[in-house]
Design a protein around this ligand. Structure first.
Ligand SMILES: [Zn+2]
Length: 352
Protein backbone atom coordinates (compact mmCIF):
# COMPACT_ATOMS: atom_id res chain seq x y z
CA UNK A 1 0.00 0.00 0.00
CA UNK A 2 1.60 3.28 -1.08
CA UNK A 3 2.27 5.89 1.58
CA UNK A 4 1.03 9.47 1.69
CA UNK A 5 3.69 11.59 0.00
CA UNK A 6 4.03 14.96 1.70
CA UNK A 7 5.94 16.38 -1.28
CA UNK A 8 3.00 15.75 -3.59
CA UNK A 9 0.77 17.79 -1.31
CA UNK A 10 3.14 20.76 -1.45
CA UNK A 11 3.44 20.31 -5.23
CA UNK A 12 -0.34 20.19 -5.68
CA UNK A 13 -0.87 23.24 -3.49
CA UNK A 14 1.88 25.29 -5.15
CA UNK A 15 0.71 24.36 -8.64
CA UNK A 16 -2.63 25.98 -7.79
CA UNK A 17 -0.91 29.08 -6.48
CA UNK A 18 -2.26 28.63 -2.95
CA UNK A 19 -0.57 29.39 0.36
CA UNK A 20 -0.94 26.92 3.23
CA UNK A 21 -3.19 29.45 4.97
CA UNK A 22 -5.47 29.86 1.98
CA UNK A 23 -5.76 26.14 1.31
CA UNK A 24 -6.40 25.54 4.98
CA UNK A 25 -9.15 28.13 5.11
CA UNK A 26 -10.86 26.65 2.08
CA UNK A 27 -10.84 23.06 3.29
CA UNK A 28 -11.33 23.71 7.00
CA UNK A 29 -7.89 22.61 8.17
CA UNK A 30 -5.55 24.89 10.11
CA UNK A 31 -2.42 26.26 8.46
CA UNK A 32 -0.38 24.70 11.27
CA UNK A 33 -1.73 21.28 10.40
CA UNK A 34 -1.10 21.67 6.69
CA UNK A 35 2.42 22.74 7.49
CA UNK A 36 2.84 19.54 9.54
CA UNK A 37 1.50 17.43 6.65
CA UNK A 38 3.99 19.02 4.28
CA UNK A 39 6.86 18.64 6.71
CA UNK A 40 6.11 14.99 7.35
CA UNK A 41 5.27 15.55 11.02
CA UNK A 42 1.71 14.38 10.64
CA UNK A 43 -0.29 12.31 8.16
CA UNK A 44 -3.67 13.66 7.05
CA UNK A 45 -6.76 11.53 7.59
CA UNK A 46 -8.58 10.00 4.59
CA UNK A 47 -11.24 12.65 4.91
CA UNK A 48 -8.69 15.48 4.99
CA UNK A 49 -6.95 14.05 1.92
CA UNK A 50 -10.30 13.88 0.14
CA UNK A 51 -11.08 17.50 0.96
CA UNK A 52 -7.67 18.69 -0.22
CA UNK A 53 -7.94 16.53 -3.33
CA UNK A 54 -11.28 18.16 -4.23
CA UNK A 55 -10.03 21.67 -3.73
CA UNK A 56 -6.73 21.11 -5.51
CA UNK A 57 -8.31 19.19 -8.43
CA UNK A 58 -6.01 16.23 -8.26
CA UNK A 59 -7.22 12.70 -7.60
CA UNK A 60 -6.52 11.14 -4.20
CA UNK A 61 -3.93 8.90 -5.92
CA UNK A 62 -1.87 11.97 -6.73
CA UNK A 63 -0.95 12.34 -3.05
CA UNK A 64 0.37 8.79 -2.96
CA UNK A 65 2.61 8.93 -6.04
CA UNK A 66 6.19 8.00 -5.40
CA UNK A 67 7.54 11.16 -7.02
CA UNK A 68 9.12 14.35 -5.87
CA UNK A 69 9.42 18.00 -6.70
CA UNK A 70 12.65 19.04 -8.36
CA UNK A 71 14.00 22.47 -7.82
CA UNK A 72 16.48 24.80 -9.47
CA UNK A 73 18.84 23.51 -6.81
CA UNK A 74 18.91 20.14 -8.49
CA UNK A 75 20.22 21.91 -11.57
CA UNK A 76 17.46 20.67 -13.77
CA UNK A 77 14.85 23.36 -14.09
CA UNK A 78 15.57 26.51 -15.96
CA UNK A 79 13.41 29.46 -16.61
CA UNK A 80 13.64 32.49 -18.76
CA UNK A 81 12.12 35.38 -16.93
CA UNK A 82 12.10 39.10 -16.71
CA UNK A 83 13.54 40.44 -13.50
CA UNK A 84 10.20 41.47 -12.08
CA UNK A 85 8.47 38.09 -12.02
CA UNK A 86 7.38 37.41 -8.45
CA UNK A 87 8.75 34.52 -6.46
CA UNK A 88 5.27 33.14 -5.82
CA UNK A 89 4.55 33.08 -9.56
CA UNK A 90 7.83 31.30 -10.24
CA UNK A 91 7.09 28.80 -7.48
CA UNK A 92 3.73 28.08 -9.06
CA UNK A 93 5.17 27.65 -12.55
CA UNK A 94 7.93 25.42 -11.26
CA UNK A 95 5.30 23.29 -9.52
CA UNK A 96 3.25 23.09 -12.73
CA UNK A 97 6.17 21.94 -14.86
CA UNK A 98 6.92 19.30 -12.21
CA UNK A 99 3.32 18.08 -12.30
CA UNK A 100 3.35 17.93 -16.10
CA UNK A 101 6.68 16.09 -16.09
CA UNK A 102 5.27 13.46 -13.73
CA UNK A 103 2.03 13.13 -15.74
CA UNK A 104 3.85 12.79 -19.05
CA UNK A 105 6.11 10.13 -17.53
CA UNK A 106 3.04 8.11 -16.58
CA UNK A 107 1.53 8.43 -20.05
CA UNK A 108 4.80 7.55 -21.74
CA UNK A 109 4.93 4.24 -19.86
CA UNK A 110 2.44 2.68 -22.23
CA UNK A 111 3.88 3.84 -25.53
CA UNK A 112 7.01 3.19 -27.46
CA UNK A 113 9.03 6.24 -28.22
CA UNK A 114 10.05 6.56 -31.82
CA UNK A 115 11.81 9.90 -31.84
CA UNK A 116 13.97 10.40 -34.91
CA UNK A 117 16.64 12.36 -33.05
CA UNK A 118 17.76 12.82 -29.48
CA UNK A 119 18.96 15.50 -27.09
CA UNK A 120 22.72 15.62 -26.59
CA UNK A 121 24.42 16.74 -23.39
CA UNK A 122 27.50 18.66 -24.47
CA UNK A 123 30.05 20.00 -22.05
CA UNK A 124 30.70 23.61 -22.88
CA UNK A 125 34.26 23.41 -21.54
CA UNK A 126 35.06 20.81 -24.15
CA UNK A 127 33.93 22.98 -27.04
CA UNK A 128 36.33 25.78 -27.87
CA UNK A 129 33.72 27.39 -30.08
CA UNK A 130 31.45 27.91 -27.09
CA UNK A 131 27.65 27.94 -27.19
CA UNK A 132 27.70 28.78 -30.90
CA UNK A 133 29.64 25.63 -31.71
CA UNK A 134 27.21 23.57 -29.64
CA UNK A 135 24.25 25.19 -31.43
CA UNK A 136 25.80 24.20 -34.77
CA UNK A 137 26.38 20.65 -33.52
CA UNK A 138 22.75 20.29 -32.43
CA UNK A 139 21.56 21.64 -35.77
CA UNK A 140 23.78 19.12 -37.54
CA UNK A 141 22.67 16.27 -35.28
CA UNK A 142 19.04 17.11 -36.00
CA UNK A 143 19.74 17.49 -39.72
CA UNK A 144 18.37 21.02 -39.83
CA UNK A 145 19.10 22.58 -43.23
CA UNK A 146 20.97 25.89 -43.43
CA UNK A 147 19.04 29.13 -43.06
CA UNK A 148 16.03 29.93 -40.91
CA UNK A 149 14.57 27.18 -38.75
CA UNK A 150 10.98 26.89 -39.94
CA UNK A 151 9.47 25.26 -36.88
CA UNK A 152 11.38 25.08 -33.62
CA UNK A 153 8.68 23.22 -31.69
CA UNK A 154 8.58 20.55 -34.36
CA UNK A 155 12.38 20.18 -34.26
CA UNK A 156 12.24 19.67 -30.49
CA UNK A 157 9.37 17.20 -30.78
CA UNK A 158 11.22 15.25 -33.46
CA UNK A 159 13.88 14.63 -30.82
CA UNK A 160 11.19 13.41 -28.43
CA UNK A 161 10.94 16.60 -26.37
CA UNK A 162 7.54 17.46 -24.93
CA UNK A 163 6.45 21.05 -25.44
CA UNK A 164 3.43 22.44 -23.63
CA UNK A 165 2.04 25.80 -24.68
CA UNK A 166 -0.10 27.17 -21.90
CA UNK A 167 -1.16 30.26 -20.03
CA UNK A 168 1.37 31.36 -17.40
CA UNK A 169 -0.84 33.97 -15.79
CA UNK A 170 1.97 36.47 -16.28
CA UNK A 171 3.97 37.71 -19.23
CA UNK A 172 7.07 38.03 -17.14
CA UNK A 173 8.11 34.42 -17.60
CA UNK A 174 8.53 33.19 -21.16
CA UNK A 175 9.51 29.55 -20.89
CA UNK A 176 10.75 26.83 -18.58
CA UNK A 177 12.35 23.45 -19.09
CA UNK A 178 13.28 20.41 -17.09
CA UNK A 179 15.29 17.32 -17.83
CA UNK A 180 15.93 14.93 -15.00
CA UNK A 181 18.18 11.90 -14.88
CA UNK A 182 16.19 8.89 -16.03
CA UNK A 183 13.73 11.05 -17.95
CA UNK A 184 13.94 10.11 -21.62
CA UNK A 185 13.53 13.57 -23.06
CA UNK A 186 13.16 17.04 -21.62
CA UNK A 187 9.91 18.87 -21.07
CA UNK A 188 9.41 22.50 -22.06
CA UNK A 189 6.64 24.86 -21.08
CA UNK A 190 6.12 28.02 -23.10
CA UNK A 191 3.89 30.97 -22.36
CA UNK A 192 1.05 31.14 -24.89
CA UNK A 193 0.52 34.86 -24.41
CA UNK A 194 3.82 36.02 -25.86
CA UNK A 195 4.43 36.63 -29.59
CA UNK A 196 5.79 33.71 -31.60
CA UNK A 197 9.13 35.37 -32.32
CA UNK A 198 9.78 35.89 -28.62
CA UNK A 199 8.53 32.39 -27.82
CA UNK A 200 10.99 30.91 -30.30
CA UNK A 201 13.95 32.75 -28.88
CA UNK A 202 13.02 31.80 -25.32
CA UNK A 203 12.45 28.18 -26.29
CA UNK A 204 15.80 28.06 -28.11
CA UNK A 205 17.37 29.57 -24.97
CA UNK A 206 15.86 26.73 -22.91
CA UNK A 207 17.12 24.22 -25.45
CA UNK A 208 20.57 25.71 -24.92
CA UNK A 209 20.32 25.07 -21.18
CA UNK A 210 19.15 21.52 -21.78
CA UNK A 211 22.05 20.73 -24.12
CA UNK A 212 24.80 22.61 -22.27
CA UNK A 213 24.03 23.03 -18.59
CA UNK A 214 23.90 19.86 -16.56
CA UNK A 215 25.05 22.05 -13.67
CA UNK A 216 24.39 25.69 -12.92
CA UNK A 217 27.14 28.11 -13.89
CA UNK A 218 27.64 31.86 -13.58
CA UNK A 219 27.51 32.46 -17.31
CA UNK A 220 24.64 30.14 -18.14
CA UNK A 221 22.11 32.83 -19.08
CA UNK A 222 24.47 34.56 -21.47
CA UNK A 223 25.54 31.20 -22.91
CA UNK A 224 21.93 30.14 -23.48
CA UNK A 225 21.26 33.42 -25.31
CA UNK A 226 24.30 32.87 -27.52
CA UNK A 227 23.13 29.34 -28.24
CA UNK A 228 19.66 30.62 -29.15
CA UNK A 229 21.03 33.32 -31.46
CA UNK A 230 23.22 30.87 -33.39
CA UNK A 231 20.54 28.16 -33.41
CA UNK A 232 17.92 30.47 -34.95
CA UNK A 233 20.24 32.74 -36.92
CA UNK A 234 23.39 30.80 -37.87
CA UNK A 235 26.21 33.23 -38.48
CA UNK A 236 27.21 31.66 -41.78
CA UNK A 237 23.70 31.96 -43.22
CA UNK A 238 22.53 35.26 -41.83
CA UNK A 239 25.65 37.40 -42.08
CA UNK A 240 25.06 38.56 -45.68
CA UNK A 241 21.57 39.76 -44.76
CA UNK A 242 22.69 41.94 -41.90
CA UNK A 243 24.91 44.55 -43.49
CA UNK A 244 23.49 48.07 -43.42
CA UNK A 245 20.22 47.13 -41.71
CA UNK A 246 17.60 49.74 -41.04
CA UNK A 247 14.14 49.47 -39.52
CA UNK A 248 12.23 48.58 -42.74
CA UNK A 249 14.86 45.93 -43.48
CA UNK A 250 14.53 44.44 -40.00
CA UNK A 251 10.75 44.31 -40.44
CA UNK A 252 11.16 42.62 -43.83
CA UNK A 253 13.59 40.03 -42.45
CA UNK A 254 11.42 39.16 -39.47
CA UNK A 255 8.92 36.80 -41.15
CA UNK A 256 11.71 35.05 -43.07
CA UNK A 257 13.89 34.32 -40.04
CA UNK A 258 10.93 34.11 -37.65
CA UNK A 259 12.76 36.05 -34.95
CA UNK A 260 12.06 39.51 -33.57
CA UNK A 261 13.41 42.70 -35.11
CA UNK A 262 15.22 43.26 -31.80
CA UNK A 263 16.95 39.87 -32.06
CA UNK A 264 17.99 40.64 -35.64
CA UNK A 265 19.36 44.03 -34.59
CA UNK A 266 21.39 42.48 -31.76
CA UNK A 267 22.65 39.80 -34.11
CA UNK A 268 23.76 42.45 -36.62
CA UNK A 269 25.82 44.19 -33.92
CA UNK A 270 27.15 40.95 -32.49
CA UNK A 271 28.39 39.88 -35.92
CA UNK A 272 29.88 43.35 -36.46
CA UNK A 273 27.72 44.09 -39.47
CA UNK A 274 26.78 47.39 -37.83
CA UNK A 275 28.67 49.33 -35.18
CA UNK A 276 27.45 50.02 -31.64
CA UNK A 277 26.45 53.59 -32.52
CA UNK A 278 24.20 52.43 -35.31
CA UNK A 279 22.72 49.75 -33.07
CA UNK A 280 21.96 52.28 -30.32
CA UNK A 281 20.41 54.63 -32.84
CA UNK A 282 18.14 51.96 -34.33
CA UNK A 283 17.24 50.71 -30.85
CA UNK A 284 16.28 54.26 -29.90
CA UNK A 285 14.16 54.66 -33.04
CA UNK A 286 12.41 51.35 -32.35
CA UNK A 287 11.64 52.61 -28.86
CA UNK A 288 10.19 55.83 -30.26
CA UNK A 289 7.94 53.85 -32.56
CA UNK A 290 6.74 51.74 -29.61
CA UNK A 291 8.34 48.60 -31.08
CA UNK A 292 10.14 47.66 -27.89
CA UNK A 293 6.88 46.74 -26.20
CA UNK A 294 4.99 45.72 -29.31
CA UNK A 295 6.75 44.90 -32.57
CA UNK A 296 4.98 45.06 -35.92
CA UNK A 297 4.81 41.99 -38.24
CA UNK A 298 3.24 38.99 -36.57
CA UNK A 299 4.76 35.56 -36.98
CA UNK A 300 2.28 32.67 -37.33
CA UNK A 301 2.23 30.47 -34.21
CA UNK A 302 3.89 27.09 -33.78
CA UNK A 303 1.83 24.47 -32.03
CA UNK A 304 3.02 21.39 -30.20
CA UNK A 305 1.49 18.08 -31.31
CA UNK A 306 3.38 15.36 -29.45
CA UNK A 307 1.40 15.53 -26.22
CA UNK A 308 -1.85 15.53 -28.19
CA UNK A 309 -0.62 12.46 -29.98
CA UNK A 310 0.19 10.83 -26.68
CA UNK A 311 -3.39 11.38 -25.51
CA UNK A 312 -4.74 10.25 -28.87
CA UNK A 313 -2.81 6.98 -28.76
CA UNK A 314 -4.26 6.31 -25.32
CA UNK A 315 -7.78 6.99 -26.52
CA UNK A 316 -7.77 5.41 -29.93
CA UNK A 317 -5.22 2.64 -29.78
CA UNK A 318 -5.20 1.69 -26.15
CA UNK A 319 -8.92 2.32 -25.70
CA UNK A 320 -8.67 4.65 -22.70
CA UNK A 321 -11.76 6.64 -21.80
CA UNK A 322 -11.38 10.26 -20.77
CA UNK A 323 -11.84 9.18 -17.16
CA UNK A 324 -9.13 6.59 -17.46
CA UNK A 325 -6.74 9.16 -18.86
CA UNK A 326 -7.63 11.48 -15.98
CA UNK A 327 -6.93 8.62 -13.58
CA UNK A 328 -3.61 7.85 -15.27
CA UNK A 329 -2.44 11.44 -14.81
CA UNK A 330 -4.21 11.89 -11.45
CA UNK A 331 -5.93 15.07 -12.56
CA UNK A 332 -9.51 15.44 -13.81
CA UNK A 333 -9.66 17.13 -17.23
CA UNK A 334 -5.91 17.68 -17.27
CA UNK A 335 -5.66 17.06 -20.98
CA UNK A 336 -9.26 17.60 -22.00
CA UNK A 337 -8.27 20.58 -24.10
CA UNK A 338 -5.95 18.36 -26.08
CA UNK A 339 -8.86 17.30 -28.25
CA UNK A 340 -8.40 14.59 -30.80
CA UNK A 341 -9.76 16.62 -33.68
CA UNK A 342 -6.46 18.25 -34.46
CA UNK A 343 -4.62 17.07 -37.48
CA UNK A 344 -2.01 14.57 -36.36
CA UNK A 345 1.28 14.70 -38.19
CA UNK A 346 1.55 10.98 -38.55
CA UNK A 347 1.97 8.78 -35.55
CA UNK A 348 5.38 8.89 -33.97
CA UNK A 349 4.21 7.02 -30.93
CA UNK A 350 2.99 3.47 -30.94
CA UNK A 351 1.41 1.49 -28.16
CA UNK A 352 3.66 -0.99 -26.46
ZN1 LIG B 1 17.97 30.77 -18.87
Amino acid sequence: MPAFNREMLALARESRGLTQTRLGAEVGISQAEISKFENGLKIPSDDQIRRMSNRLHYTVDFFFLNESMRDFGSNCAYHRKRKSATDSKLTQLLAIINVRRIQVKHLLKSVEDRATYSFPRLDIDEHAGGPEEIARLVRALWQIPPGPLQNLIRAIEDAGGIVIRCGFGTNKVDAMSQWLPGQKAPIFMVNESIPTDRMRFSLAHELGHICMHATLTDNMEREADKFAAEFLMPEKDIRPYLSSVDIPKLAAMKPYWRVSMAALLYRAAELKQIDERRKSYLWFRMGQAGYRSHEPVEIPPESPTLLKELVKVHKETLGYTEREIDAAVCEPNAFADLCIHDEPRGLRLVAR
